[in-house]
Each structure stands twice: as structure tokens, then as C-alpha cells.
Design a protein around this ligand. Structure first.
Ligand code: SAM
Ligand code: SF4
Ligand code: F3S
Length: 440
């Protein structure tokens, strides 16, 4: 029997991808087996996120609970990886002295050797060569019909509110050959949908034999790999929505009718203070161009309310943009001051209560648009990827629409798991849809 590992992931898709990769490496090099319960684990790893203060505090609360397990089993090894590890480094040992190892997103491939050390050990340097990480990743084992493929690491945009460039380092694009090998290997194992992931996925750029490959090229080439029926990518920056990336929606039917394009704010002044380098009008013009090519494309976004320099008028501009674009399922957060970022030093122009009111107003509007889209789907036939058996009802299966909504439908045939099928949408519920299998 292998060593039992419990691994918990916080944060974004990049962390989920890194967790998968850490597990693959540990399975090969350390004969580990995964457990779903921390209670019987011999190794516990937390792959952490520090995007907002709350995310970071969650990690310390979890560590407190894990320490109780270590008191009962002193041989338990505890490791902290991911963005909190990068940001906090040695401080983690000070706040949680029972932690054995700290590793960063760039050093996850070193976890097997770090686990062999007797002493407490830290390897979190963000200047570690990312190529080394990508070179040491194993070819993937598919775990379902949809799979993430990391195409770049880090971010060089340095938005004034964001920790990512500090925790993940500056942007590095992965070699195209490694990406295509990974996609092909996944397709061979029956994966139908790939999701290209990166903190700033559409700024992908790789120079090879005198030619520069961008995300549009990766999409076009991957679409030709046998078996790939759907392509998504996340998370994009509006500045990098180049013409060729917009145009590719004409030529690649596998590209879904959905794009997550975080705008953060609708106020040009706040966007400038955030160092986003685009305006309200620039953002709208991208959406218009996309909609000309794909009239049914749905746009989702991320918003920050209560950025220190945001006034009531600035917030009203955000609401105008929301009304104009009619965003689909989106994420919105109250600004959280992150250590070491320029925005953390700015004086606040609004109180916490005002920020909460704005968040409430924004989220209510976003929810209304999301619900209206779901309602529009009633009676239509949607091409869906069957992903799972339903969690709640053993006679139902689960699938995903192009705009990533979960559809539960009556179980007809287990052979359709992992396939694209047509489903008639019968009813829109608050967080999912109900449907009937139409054709396979
Ligand atoms: N690269 C993406 C982009 O440029 O939009 C964002 C990736 S970030 C991991 C995910 C989201 O977290 C951001 O879009 C932003 O809305 C939110 N976020 C980042 N820093 C934040 C902060 N300091 N306070 C609140 N929300 C924050
Ligand atoms: Fe953070 Fe995204 Fe800005 Fe990069 S582009 S600094 S990841 S918000
Ligand atoms: Fe969090 Fe790091 Fe991702 S801060 S959102 S885990 S890049």
C-alpha cells in the first residue's frame, strides 16, 4: 500500500492544475495514494491562494485543525504550497511551527525530494526557472472528459491591487510542443474539452523558428487534434484580446460561445488607478467585435468594488457597463488590500458599509442577468458535454452547456458519459438547469 496523501486546493484553476501535477509526480516518485480524509493521511499538503485576505486566513484556520492531527500522529508531514507559501515564506513557520515544508508554485516538482528532508525546508523562490517546472511535468492522466492544460505561468501586468505577479513571478509561456503533446495525450484518453489556463492566458507568446505563436495559434492547432470537440481558455485580460484572437471565433467551431473577460471596473479613473490600461469604451468595443462574429456569445467577468479611489459615481459607471454588456455568471469582490501592492497604500474614499451596499447592488443585477439567460434557454436544444452522474439523484446525469451551466437530465444510458449530446432544456433553476436527452 502507498503512502496516504490528502491534498486540499484553494484559489484558481492554475492551482487546481498544479495540484493534479503534484499528485501525478508524487504517485510516480513516492508511490502515494490519495485519501479524501485528512484523518488517515500520512502527508497533508495545502495548495494555497492569497488573492484576498480571507483566502489567506482560511489557510491558517485549516492549519490549526491539521495541527490537532499532528499532535495525535507526530509522523504526519504537513506541507504548504501555492501563493501563500510564495508570499509568506518563512513567516508560515513562525505562525504555524508544526509545518514541515513550504514550496511555491514554481517548485512543486521538487516536492518528492523536499518530503525526504528531515529538517524543516522551504523552497519558494519565485525566480526559479518556470521552464524547469514545465519540463518536469509528466504527461497527464485524464480524470474526466474535460481537462485543464496550463500554457503559461505568472503575470507581468502588475495591476496595482494584485499579488499574482509577486507570488507567481513574471509571465513565462510554455513550449508549444509540450502543450500539443499534452492535448494529444488527453484526447487519446477520451478528453473532449480542453481548457487552456494561465493567469493571463491570452498574453501567451512563444517565439519559435522566427515565428511568434499566440493563443489564437494554439487554439487553431489544438482544434485539429482528433477528438477535441470543445475549447475554452481562462483567464484573459482585455488588453490581450487581439484581433486575431477575436477573428478565430469565425474559424474554430470548437471554441465555446462563452468568454470570461474580467473588467474589474467601469470607471476610466479607477481603471487607470488599477493600471488596467484600457477604458470603458475599449472594453465595450471588444465585446461588440466578438458579438459581431458570434452573436450568441455570453460574457462573464470579475469585478472589484470599493477600490480605494472608487467613489459612488465611479461605481455607477460599473453599473452602466453591467447594464450595457448584460454579463453572464460573474464574480465580484470587495477590494482587499494585499501586502506589498501599490493599491494597499492608497487612502480609502468609502466606508466598509458603502462597499458592502455596492457589492450587494452589483451582485443583485448580475444575478438578474444570469437568471434571465437561464430562462431564455428553456425550450431550446443545447449541445452539452456529459460530465458526471448527478450528485443528488442516482437516476440523473450531469452535463455542461457551452456557457458552462450545469444541466441535470434523466439518466438514459451510461455509455454517454464523456460524450457531447443534445439536451432539451425544460426548466431553469437558480443554480442549474433541468433537461431531457434529445439526441446522442
Ligand atoms: N488575470 C485576471 C485578470 O486580469 O483579470 C485575474 C486573475 S485574479 C486571480 C482573479 C480575480 O480576483 C481578479 O479578476 C480580481 O477581480 C480579483 N482580485 C484580485 N486581487 C484582488 C484584491 N486585492 N481584492 C479583491 N479582489 C481581487
Ligand atoms: Fe493580477 Fe490579472 Fe492583473 Fe495579472 S492581469 S496582475 S493576474 S489581475
Ligand atoms: Fe490565488 Fe495564486 Fe491563483 S493568489 S487566485 S492561487 S494565482
Amino acid at each position: 500500500m502507498g503512502t496516504k496523501l490528502y491534498i486540499k486546493t484553494y484559489g484558481c484553476q492554475m492551482n487546481e492544475y498544479d495540484t493534479q501535477k503534484t499528485v501525478e509526480i508524487l504517485k510516480k516518485e513516492k508511490n502515494i495514494e490519495l485519501t479524501q480524509s485528512p484523518d488517515d493521511a500520512e502527508i497533508i499538503l495545502l495548495n494555497t491562494c492569497s488573492i484576498r485576505e480571507k483566502a489567506e486566513e482560511k489557510v491558517y484556520s485549516e492549519l490549526g485543525r491539521i495541527n490537532k492531527l499532528k499532535e495525535m500522529n507526530p509522523n504526519l508531514k504537513i506541507g504548504v504550497g501555492g501563493c501563500v507559501a510564495s508570499q509568506e515564506g518563512e513567516n508560515i513557520f513562525k505562525r504555524a511551527p508544526y509545518v514541515d515544508l513550504i514550496f511555491g508554485p514554481q517548485t512543486l516538482h521538487k516536492v518528492p525530494e523536499l518530503l525526504d528532508q528531515e529538517d524543516k525546508i522551504k523552497a519558494v523562490d519565485v525566480s526559479f526557472p518556470i521552464e524547469e517546472k514545465f519540463d518536469s511535468l509528466l504527461l497527464p492522466e485524464a480524470s474526466g472528459p474535460s481537462s485543464f492544460v496550463s500554457i503559461m505561468e505568472g503575470c507581468s501586468k502588475f495591476c496595482t491591487f494584485c499579488v499574482v505577479p509577486y507570488t507567481r513571478g513574471e509571465e513565462v509561456s510554455r513550449k508549444p510542443r509540450q502543450i500539443f503533446d499534452e492535448v494529444a495525450r488527453l484526447a487519446e484518453q477520451g478528453v473532449k474539452e480542453i481548457v487552456f489556463v494561465g493567469q493571463n492566458v491570452n498574453s501567451y507568446k512563444y517565439s519559435e523558428s522566427g515565428r511568434i505563436l499566440g493563443l489564437a495559434d494554439l487554439i487553431q492547432i489544438s482544434a485539429e487534434i482528433n477528438g477535441i470537440e470543445r475549447i475554452r481558455y481562462t483567464t484573459s485580460h482585455p488588453l490581450d484580446m487581439t484581433n486575431d484572437l477575436v477573428e478565430i471565433y469565425k474559424y474554430v467551431p470548437q471554441l465555446v460561445d462563452h468568454l470570461h473577460l474580467p473588467v474589474q471596473s467601469g470607471s476610466d479613473k479607477v481603471l487607470l488607478d488599477m493600471k488596467r490600461n484600457y477604458s470603458f469604451d475599449d472594453y465595450l468595443s471588444i465585446i461588440h467585435r466578438l458579438k459581431q462574429i458570434r452573436p450568441s456569445i455570453k460574457i462573464s467577468s470579475d469585478f472589484i468594488v470599493g477600490f480605494p479611489t472608487e467613489t459612488k459615481e465611479d461605481f455607477e459607471m460599473t453599473m452602466s457597463l453591467v447594464n450595457e454588456v448584460k454579463f453572464d455568471a460573474s464574480f465580484s469582490f470587495i477590494f482587499s488590500a494585499r501586502p506589498g501592492t501599490p493599491a494597499a497604500k492608497l487612502a480609502d474614499r468609502s466606508t466598509l458599509d458603502e462597499k458592502k451596499e455596492r457589492l450587494y447592488e452589483l451582485q443583485s443585477r448580475l444575478n438578474d442577468f444570469q437568471a434571465a439567460y437561464s430562462k431564455e434557454l428553456e425550450g431550446t436544444i443545447q449541445r452539452c458535454l456529459v460530465t458526471d452522474l448527478s450528485k443528488k439523484n442516482s437516476r440523473e446525469m450531469q452535463a455542461r452547456t457551452e456557457c458552462n451551466r450545469v444541466v441535470n437530465f434523466h439518466f438514459q444510458n451510461p455509455n454517454i458519459l464523456g460524450k457531447l449530446v443534445d439536451i432539451k432544456i425544460d426548466e431553469a433553476l437558480s443554480n442549474s438547469l433541468k433537461g431531457t436527452l434529445f439526441t446522442q
